[in-house]
Design a protein around this ligand. Structure first.
Ligand SMILES: NC(=O)c1ccc[n+]([C@@H]2O[C@H](COP(=O)([O-])OP(=O)(O)OC[C@H]3O[C@@H](n4cnc5c(N)ncnc54)[C@H](O)[C@@H]3O)[C@@H](O)[C@H]2O)c1
Length: 248
């Protein structure tokens, strides 16, 4: 296991699901983990859970779409913990609907949280990372951003946008020794996918070469690699964690 004992890892949407598992694994590797999440109750529960697990964990209630709030929050994190080594842009939502029925609010909300939120947090973290001339930014995109999905045009546009954003930031930040990569999870067992019907699950199962859904740990382990010096020569990439669903 990597030793992250001197590292500060900031995870948006870290109060549950994939984000909370990422926090737990980094915490077990001695990192200082800082969660930012909208859901106040989930934030408190996550903090209690991580502390009970022996993690050095801190959590803030915040909305990634609130640029001013994030600017203050990132400044507070740096003041309190000295630096940010890794930012994981994980906060994300779905509001599925067929295009003809999609309401403008459903489109806008998904683009705002998934894509604009990633822009805002990346910009705020970059300001601090560039002074340290070191950092890793990991954007949790989705295979839907690579291959599209009926009923998810808003989500696909947001995640495809995150992938393009990742490449541009990787080019812009490389000279500062800051790497930016994206992870494209496939179908992972979390609250977000808990509502899928058995029929949908079984059809996905057939389409996935490894024949099963992934776990949040599968995504978290790749985050640990991308945050570590073992991936020092990797930037601008989108790596799928999808049981082979997307192959090029
Ligand atoms: N579960 C999957 O199968 C899957 C697949 C591909 C990609 N992803 C992506 O992984 C990420 C995490 O997914 P998950 O399944 O753990 O979701 P989840 O719904 O379980 O957790 C998302 C977290 O983000 C928080 N959040 C939502 N809006 C926010 C905002 N504006 N500001 C701050 N926090 C906010 C929520 O409160 C929640 O705690 C998302 O970006 C999602 O798109 C998930």
């Amino acid at each position: 296991m990597h030793d992250f004992s001197r590292q500060v890892i900031v995870i948006t949407g870290g109060a549950r699901g994939i984000g909370l598992t990422i926090a737990r694994l980094f915490g077990a590797a001695q990192a200082t983990v800082v969660l930012i999440d909208l859901n106040e109750e989930a934030v408190q529960q996550a903090l209690d859970y991580l502390k009970d697990d022996g993690c050095k964990a801190y959590a803030y209630v915040g909305n990634v779409t609130d640029a001013k709030g994030m600017e203050e929050l990132f400044a507070t994190i740096v003041k309190q913990h000295g630096k940010i080594d890794t930012l994981i842009n994980n906060a994300g939502i779905t509001r599925d609907n067929l295009l003809l029925r999609m309401k403008e609010e459903e489109w806008q909300m998904v683009l705002d949280i998934n894509l604009k939120g990633t822009f805002i947090c990346t910009q705020k973290a970059f300001r601090h990372m560039m002074k340290a001339r070191k950092g890793s930014i990991i954007n949790i995109a989705s295979v839907i951003g690579l291959m599209g999905n009926a009923g998810q045009s808003n989500y696909a546009a947001s995640k495809g946008g995150m992938i393009a954003f990742t490449k541009s930031c990787a080019k812009e930040f490389a000279s500062r020794n800051i790497r930016v990569n994206a992870i494209a999870p496939g179908f992972i067992e979390t609250d977000m996918t808990a509502t899928l019907s058995d029929e949908v699950r079984s059809s996905y199962g057939k389409a996935i070469p490894l024949g099963k859904m992934g776990s949040p740990e599968d995504v978290a382990k790749l985050c640990m690699f991308l945050a570590s010096e073992d991936s020092a020569y990797i930037t601008g990439q989108t790596i799928a964690v999808d049981g082979g669903l997307t192959m090029h």
